[in-house]
Design a protein around this ligand. Structure first.
Ligand SMILES: [Mn+2]
Length: 245
């Protein structure tokens, strides 16, 4: 994964300008792929800031039952390992978290790894605009990698995943938050933990593909969504309502 990612990063973009580094969107699969991706991005950009959408922290320092060095590397530990290797900054942020904790030490460790935390319930208490502002304020203009575990969505919206957690976000809420992140200094993105074998009527794969479309639109547009463009969107919606009335 690391060699493949580094190889693609070294290629020119479609525009051909050497200074334009390709932005790669990876589809998975096990979330562990983020560790080699971060190793490759680090070589290009230095320490990376991460925006992480997930039900779980993925910052565990270890794994009960992991008895070899290799078995420590899992989809629950890769961010801890990335921190140990110095690949990520301490300005990262999780969103959509609603995991069961082993104890307060899980959160203490999470802070140590460099993450701030927005919980799934914050969608009700803070709302979409405040969540967007917190994420934008946290990462600033740093090179940022977007990692989206499909289990951030409620299992009724995205059932085909390995560790489903009830009471997650709806696709509409997640899409609004992601659109609000346009204009940040993204260096790559992924959508992971989609398991088509467990899907029903392609519900999960449809929403996953739709989110990837949003990533690509965001990468290509580059422009932040301003309050003016939000107002314009509202105007379009209002005009449509008037027509329907
Ligand atoms: Mn995950």
């Amino acid at each position: 994964m690391e060699v493949a990612y580094s190889t693609l990063l070294a290629r020119k973009t479609a525009s051909g300008a050497a200074k334009n580094v390709p932005k790669i969107v990876s589809l998975g699969g096990d979330h562990t792929i983020v560790l080699p991706i971060l190793r490759a991005l680090y070589k290009k950009y230095g320490p990376i800031t991460v925006i992480h959408f997930d039900a779980h922290l993925d910052t565990w320092p270890g794994y009960a039952g992991a008895i070899t060095e290799q078995s420590q590397i899992t989809h629950g530990t890769f961010f801890y390992l990335a921190h140990q290797e110095g690949l990520i900054t301490n300005s990262s942020i999780h969103a959509g978290i609603r995991t069961k904790l082993a104890g307060p030490e899980d959160l203490e460790n999470d802070l140590e790894v460099g993450f701030q935390l927005i919980s799934a319930d914050d969608i009700d208490d803070l709302g979409v605009p405040e969540i967007v502002e917190r994420i934008r304020g946290r990462v600033g203009s740093r090179p940022v990698y977007l990692s989206l575990d499909i289990d951030v969505l409620d299992p009724s919206v995205a059932p085909a995943t390995g560790t489903p957690e009830p009471a997650g976000w709806h696709a509409r809420e997640l899409k609004r938050i992601i659109r609000g992140l346009a204009g940040l200094n993204f260096v790559g993105a992924d959508i992971v933990e989609v398991s088509p074998a467990y899907d029903f009527a392609e519900v999960t794969t449809t929403v996953a593909a739709d989110l990837v479309h949003d990533f690509l639109s965001m990468f290509l547009s580059g422009a932040p969504q301003t309050s003016e463009s939000r107002t314009n969107t509202n105007k379009i919606a209002t005009a449509k309502d008037d027509r329907e009335l």
